[in-house]
Design a protein around this ligand. Structure first.
Ligand code: AMP
Length: 191
């Protein structure tokens, strides 16, 4: 079973690349951002809670995010493996994910980090915001806040996964196809 974490700042291309990787390796793709947006469009209580954080570019509190992620994994017992996209984003989430997977005799196979400079990412997000309709993509202040959240809370996960020998950096600048090729070369070398 392969379980991948796609790691990287907002706009690094995690969602785009997950679409290709899930098909190639027959993995189930879980994006916590997409799950929250689904709750928001269905006007659930979790959606209302999440929206108040997301609209500001803040992280949603750990426990509700972890519970939602566990639910998503447990709803797909048939999956041959998972791509976690946008999760974990804090040390608490990473520890909870490890413990949860361990209970199921599963584990993270590799964490793949898409690397790109902030200026490139801001431009990508502003462009995406023109069509995505996402409030958090349309305002440079909110985008910068998402980067601050990443630097403060998510960046430490690099050391967490390096400590497990599972962290792999990938150059996230280039065409979508070039980046897919870099990722698949890396994954093929791991499995
Ligand atoms: P994304 O679609 O991955 O860029 O996520 C959009 C927003 O959803 C983030 O800015 C957070 O507000 C929230 N979010 C998504 N995943 C998480 C997570 N793992 N932990 C906390 N908040 C999250």
């Amino acid at each position: 079973m392969i379980n991948l974490v796609l790691f990287g700042k907002p706009g690094a291309g995690k969602g785009t690349q997950a679409e290709f990787l899930k098909t190639k390796y027959q993995l189930f793709h879980i994006s916590t951002g997409d799950l929250f947006r689904h709750h928001i469009s269905n006007k659930t209580a979790l959606g209302t809670l999440a929206q108040s954080y997301m609209d500001q570019g803040d992280l949603v509190p750990d426990q509700v995010t972890i519970d939602m992620l566990k639910d998503a994994v447990e709803s797909h017992p048939e999956a041959k493996g998972f791509i976690f996209d946008g999760f974990p984003r804090t040390t608490k989430q990473a520890e909870a994910l490890d413990a949860f997977l361990r209970e199921k005799s599963m584990q993270i196979s590799a964490t793949l980090a898409l690397e790109a400079d902030d200026d490139v990412l801001v431009e990508r997000l502003i462009n995406r915001g023109k069509t995505s309709g996402r409030a958090d993509d349309q305002d440079e202040q909110k985008i910068r806040n998402r980067f601050d959240e990443y630097n403060n809370k998510t960046a430490p996960l690099r050391a967490f996964y390096e400590g497990q020998g599972k962290f792999h950096s990938v150059d996230g600048i280039g065409s979508i196809d070039e980046i897919t090729q870099r990722l698949t070369a890396l994954i093929d070398g791991l499995i």
